[in-house]
Design a protein around this ligand. Sequence first.
Ligand SMILES: *[C@@H]1O[C@H](CO)[C@@H](O)[C@H](O)[C@H]1NC(C)=O
Length: 228
Amino acid sequence: MRAAAARAASTTHRILLPLFLFAALCESDPDLLLDYCVADTAAAASLHLNGLPCIDPARARAEHFATSALSRATNPSSATPFGFNATVTSPAASLPGANAQGLAMARVDLAPGGVAPPHSHPRASEVALVLAGSVLVGFADTSYRLYTQLLRAGEAFVFPRGMVHFMYNVDVAAPAVVLSGLNSQSPGAQLVPLSAFLTEPRMPEEILEKAFKINGQDVHRIQRNLGG
Ligand SMILES: *[C@@H]1O[C@H](CO)[C@@H](O)[C@H](O)[C@H]1NC(C)=O
């Protein structure tokens, strides 16, 4: 009995060990914490970092791992033309203890009828929990299938990494608050309307006309409406 178990264990070992080594060798590159990282070809011996440099661990205090950045309501109506505002924790500004932990949190304030317009986080999956209000959330996958759900307070939804998604406060009388967890300390965000219509410098008008099947006047109207 014991011999059979030992044989089974050693077989498992023989199969798993090469698999494990193979997986370790094939590990992908570490994730970028920036949109890009142009190589400094002139630097002879540079410092190699992923995230921010660390303080002496002996100087760490509990406060480094705590933040009140998400406790304050912001004013979503005046923050953006969409009626939303997002506060994201960052190791540099509000949560040093999260450095190199691969996570961030975000508070999204939505005005009555406000929307966090279609956007994506290139470096993070997100799980969004509605703290207050009724929020219609959704994302589109790469085959353009749309997944939507109406969330009430206490309910949560996952936006897979990089997928274009939105949050919409369907209540036209009351604000909504969403709290999100993201699995990067630098999730990044690209809002679709801004990536198309409000880049600096502007995308050539012909591109926008052809991409959206609109004319030059439409392009300018949209840019004005977005505050550009
Ligand atoms: C929007 O949120 C940011 C981050 O918390 C904050 O700095 C800004 O003051 C807010 N804007 C308004 C209008 O509340």
